[in-house]
Design a protein around this ligand. Sequence first.
Ligand code: CU
Length: 534
Amino acid sequence: MSSNAATHDDHDHHHAPSGWRRWVFSTNHKDIGTMYLFFALFMLFFGGAMAMVIRAELFQPGLQFVSPEFYNNMFTNHALIMIFGMVMPAAAGMANWMIPLMIGAPDMALPRLNNLSFWLLPAGGLMLVMSIIAPWVGGGTAVTAGWTLYPPISLQAGMSMDLLIFTIHLLGISSILASINIVTTVLNMRAPGMSMMKMPLFVWAWFFTAILLILIMPAFAGGVTMLLFDRHFGTSFFDAAGGGDPVLFQHLFWFFGHPEVYVLLLPSIGVLGMVIPTFSRKPLFGYKSLVWGMAFLATLGMVVWAHHQYTVGMSIWATKYFMIGTILISIPIGLMKFNFIFTMWRGALTFETPMLFAIAIILMFAFAGVTGVMLAVVPADLQYHDTYFVVAHFHYALIPGAVFGLYAGVFYWLPKWTGHMYDEKLGKIFFWWTTITFNITFFPQHFSGLAGMPRRIVDYGVQFTEFNTISSLGAFAFGLSHLLFLYIIIKTIKGGEPAPAMPWEGAQAGTPGLEWTVPSPPPFHTFETPPEVK
Ligand code: CU
């Protein structure tokens, strides 16, 4: 009869596009999740190659391979690509894949918006590549301001800076739309009986992440738009010559930039909340306190931004406020660590690759916490500011805290995503290889920093040579380990042992697994009938 008679099945299976159309026009959360993950994998190698350029140049003092301008452009884009191109899309890929499955929803709440959110990313990536090559093609100088894009340098760069501002607009819109979709999905698409306080921790982590992104992205987008106006439309928001204030930009940037750290960390904390119970064969210890801990972390994270700017001449009371607020963040972080440790306590532990990464995260992130408190203390920070100590600190925060959490998630869910088990032996080799070489790369940078080596400079004094040579050797080996990562992923996609429904034997026989919290796949629900009607 009328089209109303068409069943859900008709709609799904008879008009599903195939070939390249399946991907380009996709509204399927799994396909979009897969595209996010591949995009992130590509960007991992793109941003990683830039890190290799940086470490090659710093292998010994003096200028060897690149010009100072190109070097500055490399560390600027390395940061932007790793943050916006790699960590955030990888976490978004996991969100797309797992959130609907975990809450028993048929898909994301806004599937077409989901498609747009993803496709804005390659557009932004293309704009970023244009920004890098603009100095050769269109003239002008490269972006040399660092990812923080502080004026006055960002006011002076050539058209490459405008392209980078548009890149940030595109990536920012993508993030906000994806976040709106996640919040909407979590609030409206949970299967009957899936109350908020029953959601897997990964869903909670992404819920807070999405709220943070919606709150902070506009500050950054506004900041760079004001920069664009200063550059081309005669305003003087940040130009001191016209009565503006460059420090205003720093506030706008870090109002986004500090919570952004939690945007990078929270999804990985969510992964830990799945991995650790599974390989401990115990439910999460203190689930509710973890949820409230994340809420506290996100809230506090919004109000401590100016600890990045102690040196700009704020009042003593302002710096004191930002110092105390920052140190308070160790409370929720410490709470979460104890939750995870108590989850493992007296569990039936096994040490597959995801669990190895989870344990390494707890250990190495603690180190970033200690250096973080050192940097939060105002008089001490005045010494460490803009040294390699800061570089060491945030790489210990972001590589174990965010990237290793994503690796744990990749190995944990690869069986779910591909239908095959990955090669556990190779996974373990990858774990030890990355963990050891990561430490060889970044541990020495604490010492060169404390000894006074400034960051973001192409050359350095000869007294820092040994630390830098060790760091570079570690970085080359760290970079190389990712070829193994790629090989493991390709091998798993192509074949291998078929994955059972509960690949990690996280459950006792006959009981639902800890792995998915809800049975996998969850019971189908069309949401066409309000749950209370039946
Ligand atoms: Cu911060």
